[in-house]
Design a protein around this ligand. Structure first.
Ligand SMILES: NC(=O)c1ccc[n+]([C@@H]2O[C@H](COP(=O)([O-])OP(=O)(O)OC[C@H]3O[C@@H](n4cnc5c(N)ncnc54)[C@H](OP(=O)(O)O)[C@@H]3O)[C@@H](O)[C@H]2O)c1
Length: 253
C-alpha cells in the first residue's frame, strides 16, 4: 500500500515513515523533497497511486493569520489533489481538546483544518493526541513572560512522540473511522509541575509559576480541556522511561 506522509521529515513524520516502511511503501513528503502543500508543488506527482495520505505537517509560523492560512490552504490542496488521485483515507494529526481552544489562533487553525476534512468526500480519521514530551520545552517557551514561565496548574497527560507515531501508523493502515480518535500518555500530571521538572533537568533557569489565569497558547483552559476521554488509546512510555531513552539523542533538548 502506498502511504504518503505529509510532513514526513518532522518529529512525528520521520518516526511514522520508519514504522510504516515495515510492510508498506511510505513516502515522506515535505518542501525538502519538493512537495509543498501550500503552493501545490509536487502534490499531484507524489499522490499518484497513493491509497492513504497522513498529514502530520505543521505551520512554520504560529502567528494567528499565518497559521490559519497554512492549515486552510494546505488542507484544501491536500483534499483536492487527494480526491483527484483517488486517495481512500485521509488521516490528520490534531490535538486533544482542539474544539475547546478557539480563543487560540493556533487552535482556530486546527479547527479549520478539521472542518475541511470532515466536509470533504474522502473517508478520514482525525487523531487527537495530547502534548508530546518532546514539546515540554516548547510549551515553556510559548508561556514565557520575562524570566518567568506562567502556566495554569491544570491536569494534562502528555505522551512520547514515538507512541504518537505508532498510534497514527496503526490508524493509517486500518479502515477510515470517519471520526476522531483520541490518544494520550499513561500518566497524568499538573502542567506547571512537569514543565518545572523538565526545565530543571535541562538546567534552564526560568522559574515556572503556577498561575490559574495563565493561558495555554492564548486560550483559557480548565482541568478537563487537555485530558483525553475514557475511550482514548494510551501510549506505554512513561515520562521517566522517555527521559532515560531520550538522554543523549538530542531529542530531549
Ligand atoms: N506539539 C505537540 O505537543 C502536539 C500535540 C498533538 C498534536 N500535534 C500536531 O502534530 C503535528 C505534527 O507536529 P510535529 O511537531 O511533528 O511537526 P514538526 O516537527 O514541526 O514538522 C513539521 C513538518 O511539516 C512540514 N511542512 C512545513 N511546511 C510544509 C509545506 N508547505 N508543505 C508540506 N510540508 C510542510 C515540515 O517539512 P520541512 O522539514 O521540509 O520543513 C516538517 O516535515 C502538528 O499538526 C501538530 O498540530 C502536536
Amino acid at each position: 500500500m502506498k502511504i504518503v506522509v505529509i510532513g514526513g521529515t518532522g518529529l512525528i513524520g520521520s518516526k511514522l515513515v520508519n514504522k510504516l516502511r515495515e510492510g508498506h511503501e511510505a513516502v515522506a513528503a515535505s518542501p525538502n523533497s519538493g512537495v509543498n502543500t501550500v503552493t501545490g508543488e509536487g502534490l499531484a506527482e507524489v499522490l499518484k497511486g497513493a491509497s492513504v495520505v497522513v498529514d502530520v505537517s505543521n505551520s512554520p509560523s504560529w502567528e494567528d493569520a499565518a497559521v490559519l492560512k497554512f492549515f486552510e490552504t494546505s488542507t484544501r490542496n491536500l483534499l483536492t489533489y487527494g480526491a483527484a488521485a483517488g486517495v481512500g483515507h485521509h488521516v490528520a494529526l490534531s490535538v486533544v481538546g482542539t474544539q475547546l481552544l478557539a480563543e487560540s489562533g493556533y487552535f482556530r487553525a486546527k479547527i479549520a483544518q478539521e472542518k475541511l476534512i470532515k466536509e470533504s468526500t474522502i473517508p478520514y480519521s482525525i487523531v487527537h493526541a495530547t502534548q508530546f514530551f518532546e514539546f515540554l520545552k516548547g510549551l515553556a517557551d510559548i508561556s514565557t513572560d520575562g524570566n518567568k514561565v506562567r502556566l495554569p496548574p491544570v491536569l494534562f497527560q502528555p505522551m512520547a512522540a514515538d507512541d504518537v507515531a505508532s498510534a497514527v501508523g496503526s490508524i493509517a493502515v486500518g479502515p477510515p473511522v470517519n471520526d476522531t480518535v483520541e490518544i494520550g500518555g499513561p500518566e497524568q500530571f499538573r502542567m506547571d509541575e512537569l514543565v518545572r521538572r523538565r526545565l530543571a533537568l535541562l538546567n534552564d533557569p526560568h522559574e515556572v509559576i503556577a498561575d490559574p489565569n495563565a493561558r495555554y497558547s492564548g486560550a483559557k483552559i480548565s482541568d478537563k480541556t487537555l485530558v483525553p476521554g475514557n475511550n482514548a488509546r494510551l501510549g506505554e512510555t512513561t515520562f521517566e522511561t522517555w527521559l532515560a531513552h531520550s538522554a543523549g539523542t538530542g531529542l530531549a533538548a
